[in-house]
Ligand binder design. Structure first.
Ligand SMILES: NC(=O)c1ccc[n+]([C@@H]2O[C@H](COP(=O)([O-])OP(=O)(O)OC[C@H]3O[C@@H](n4cnc5c(N)ncnc54)[C@H](OP(=O)(O)O)[C@@H]3O)[C@@H](O)[C@H]2O)c1
Length: 352
């Protein structure tokens, strides 16, 4: 009988944590995730609330520096400040920390893990021996899952990425803001918000992260550029990262991000070859039915584990076979956060 392992979720009542609970709840019995003892940790605001997982009511415990005794995995989903403060203590206590925030992503010693791409980074990680692993940014994970197999097979010289990001990327309160504003506008009132400076209902706007006055890029765009570099360079089969340009935009969608991507391949390839690469790419599902105008949408991606890729077509402005456009949608609360974290835990559990 394998040893029973404990997983703690920090920030248990948030959007990412609730998704993690939903994944654990739905895990089939033969999934090692189904065997985990789950503990929920939260701030004084949510301590005492009860959430349900696998038929068990679990009370949210107040999160303190002593919370990690006997905990094997800690999924941090309570924001960067909490991670910076507490993840080192959790690792010190012997936990494998899987952090959803950006606090440690670019630290040289912190693996930035997308299991489909660089699972070999987990070779040096062991249950019971404290460590901190980082989940990439949500838009970055979705782009990386779709682009890495293309980069490995054909090489990508450059890519231009435009995102259409759901409000849930800014957490549970942002989802409630979109719903409340939508209702207000439909009732003839003005859309007032607390999370976003711009109205989010019936609107779209440049991503709400800070803009660097020199480069003109916002933090979300910067994350995409730097994290893709780090992930591709640390891949099990490393590839030369593409030169990237990115525009991140928030759209009035509750969950699941979408991205329009324009590529320049390093070597010319036919559309069929590109389709063949994507058809077998782990974590990707081609949804590209031109006859029925059936392509990826956030609604189709919502609740799913795969990144939906479609609208694949040659870019007529580039040399034949070198330029392509595609469009993707993926549930960023799942593959962009909770699912990616639990896939990492699953790999470590399977290894024993
Ligand atoms: N949403 C996404 O799509 C996404 C994707 C990738 C990564 N992430 C990252 O994942 C993290 C969580 O995001 P989220 O969207 O789930 O945010 P969220 O919905 O706002 O949830 C944050 C959670 O953290 C809790 N919390 C706040 N301060 C705490 C403290 N001191 N101790 C313990 N718990 C505390 C909050 O509980 P109270 O309400 O009780 O304060 C809430 O349950 C963030 O770092 C975010 O950047 C999010």
């Amino acid at each position: 009988m394998p040893e029973k392992r404990t997983l703690a979720i920090v920030g248990a009542t948030g959007a990412v944590s609730r998704e993690a609970l939903a994944i654990l709840d739905a895990a089939p019995e033969d999934d090692p995730l189904a065997q985990l003892d789950v503990r929920l940790l939260g701030s004084p605001r949510s301590a005492g609330q009860t959430l349900t997982c696998r038929g068990r009511d679990i009370s949210v415990e107040l999160f303190t520096p002593d919370s990690f005794a006997g905990v094997d995995f800690a999924v941090f989903a309570a924001g960067g400040a909490v991670s910076r403060d507490m993840a080192p203590a959790a690792a010190e206590a012997g936990c494998v920390v899987i952090d959803n925030s950006s606090a440690f992503r670019m630290d040289e010693s912190t693996p930035l893990v997308v299991p489909e791409i660089n699972a070999d980074l987990l070779t040096d990680v062991a249950i019971g021996r404290g460590s901190i692993l980082a989940n990439p940014n949500c838009s970055t994970i979705l782009a990386a899952v779709a682009l890495y197999p293309i980069a490995r097979a054909l090489g990508i010289e450059r890519a231009v990425i435009s995102t259409y990001q759901a409000v849930s990327g800014a957490g549970g309160p942002a989802m409630r803001e979109l719903l409340a504003q939508t209702k207000a506008v439909l009732e003839g009132e003005s859309a007032r918000g607390r999370i976003f400076k711009e109205p989010c209902a019936f609107n779209l706007f440049s991503h709400d992260s800070a803009i660097d006055p020199e480069s003109g890029r916002n933090v979300e765009e910067e994350k995409m550029l730097r994290e893709i570099d780090k992930i591709f360079a640390s891949a099990d089969e490393p590839v030369v990262p593409p030169r990237l340009s990115c525009t991140c935009v928030r759209v009035p969608v509750l969950r699941a991000h979408s991205e329009s991507i324009n590529l320049t391949l390093r070597r010319a390839a036919g559309e069929r070859e590109l389709r063949e690469v994507l058809a077998v790419a782990p974590g990707v599902r081609l949804r590209d039915d031109r006859a029925n105008n059936d392509f990826p949408t956030p609604r189709k991606a919502e609740g799913g584990d795969e990144v939906l890729v479609g609208r694949l077509r040659p870019d007529p402005s580039q040399d034949e076979g070198r330029g392509y456009d595609l469009f993707l949608s993926g549930d960023q609360l799942r593959k962009g956060a909770a699912l990616n974290a639990l896939q990492i835990a699953r790999r470590l559990l399977e290894r024993g």
